[in-house]
Design a protein. Structure first.
Lengths: 63, 327
């Protein structure tokens, strides 16, 4: 299954074609990991949605 | 009595179906090597082989259509559509072919097809995986709609469904699979015609089915503690609907609350309510009440999902309102 995983396959191919080297790849992965970590901290620190908002955004308000 | 989970009961029913009738086979997404999206068919591929336990491509319309063809050709297919959410992709085959062929052929052909699917909310898997649309299916003439709510029914409804000459749809609520219950193996079968009174009572009829049965039973216990004696009816079969059982109950309790996880507007609960109004109006001491889901795509967040669904608390409060108004 892992042999068919499109993410490592694409990474490998980009490397073969010379669009990506190990340094750039490490930088990208670190950057993404930091962004995700930041988003998790933000989400965990956020309040729960109020139950009064249960029916919010079911339809678009007509203005 | 044998103790088993709902999931084990479904598996035992499948195994028995394979053993009893060589025309029976199972097909659907991940039913074979993976053992089923809810592990109902785990081990069956090894036991019965790939001819009878068939993994299909992710294409509901195709494999439900193939099931209809196999049924027309003399086999007894059991098609597992992983969840009711994905059955939307097979609606054309179901509504326009499975349900109509008997009628449109002037009675020349029948479609002895059984389709099983999981339904319902409660697993924190958000709107696209939490629908309760069995009420839609109950709208369609030409098919039978079953909603096993107990382990006993999960164990024996399949065999009864396979004896039917016409398409049968079995809706298994996702929250029921890990639930444990008792099975009387000596029974061997159950009827798929009648509703069942799961709890006797004299003050109010709680009418429900599927995943909401346990909530209604808990509500009845809580109401008993405050002196209200609730009867609980498990509809079991949504089409054809056993209205007499409901009417008989309401004629004794004079109050009805229908609990249905579908959205309130156009819900199956609305049908039950109409049947009571048309046929039992003069037995009522108060208006028929409904406890349904809020009119919102089922939210992902746990506390909002809980707020959107029928709960024991809402059932209890609805009954209190009904009893106090006319008590």
């Amino acid at each position: 299954v892992e042999k068919k995983d499109p993410i490592p396959l694409l990474t490998e191919r980009l490397r073969d074609w010379g669009y990506l080297n190990d340094v750039e790849l490490a930088e990208q992965e670190a950057g993404v990991a930091a962004e995700v970590a930041e988003a998790v901290v933000f989400a965990e620190a956020g309040p729960w949605e109020p139950v009064e908002d249960l029916l919010k955004d079911v339809s678009t308000p007509v203005t | 009595m044998t103790q088993m989970t709902y999931r084990e009961a479904v598996r035992a029913a499948l195994r028995e179906a394979f053993q009893k009738d060589p025309r029976v086979f199972l097909m659907g997404e991940d039913v074979g090597r993976y053992g089923g999206g809810f592990a109902c068919s785990k081990g069956l591929l090894e036991e019965f082989g790939p001819e009878r336990v068939r993994d299909t491509p992710l294409s509901e319309s195709t494999f439900v259509g193939a099931g209809i063809g196999a049924a027309l050709g003399g086999l007894r297919p059991i098609v597992e559509v992983m969840t009711v959410n994905f059955s939307m992709l097979a609606l054309d085959q179901i509504v326009n072919n499975a349900a109509t062929l008997r009628h449109m052929s002037g009675g020349q052909v029948s479609v002895p097809l059984v389709v099983r699917m999981a339904t319902g909310a409660g697993r924190r898997v958000a709107a696209q995986h939490s629908n309760s649309l069995e009420g839609w299916y109950a709208h369609i003439p030409g098919i039978r709609v079953l909603t096993p709510a107990t382990v006993q029914d999960a164990r024996f409804m399949l065999a009864a469904a396979l004896r039917q000459p016409d398409p049968v749809f079995i809706f298994e609520h996702i929250m029921l699979y890990p639930q444990s219950g008792e099975v009387d193996e000596t029974l061997g079968s159950v009827d798929i015609d009648r509703a069942a009174v799961r709890r006797k009572g004299k003050d109010v009829s709680l009418i429900t089915y599927g995943g909401s049965l346990a909530k209604a039973m808990k509500a009845a216990e809580r109401l008993a503690a405050e002196g209200t004696d609730a009867e609980v009816i498990d509809l079991r079969v949504l089409r054809p609907l056993d209205t007499p059982t409901t009417l008989e109950s309401v004629s004794r309790t004079h109050r009805a609350v229908v609990i249905d996880e579908g959205w309130r507007t156009g819900s199956f609960a609305a049908e039950v309510s109409s049947q009571i109004m048309e046929n039992g109006f003069y037995d009522l001491d108060g208006p028929v009440q409904r406890v349904c889901s809020a009119e919102v795509p089922i939210p992902y967040s746990g506390h909002l999902e809980d707020a959107a669904l029928p709960q024991v608390e809402t059932i209890v409060n609805t009954v209190r309102g009904l009893v106090s108004r006319h008590g």
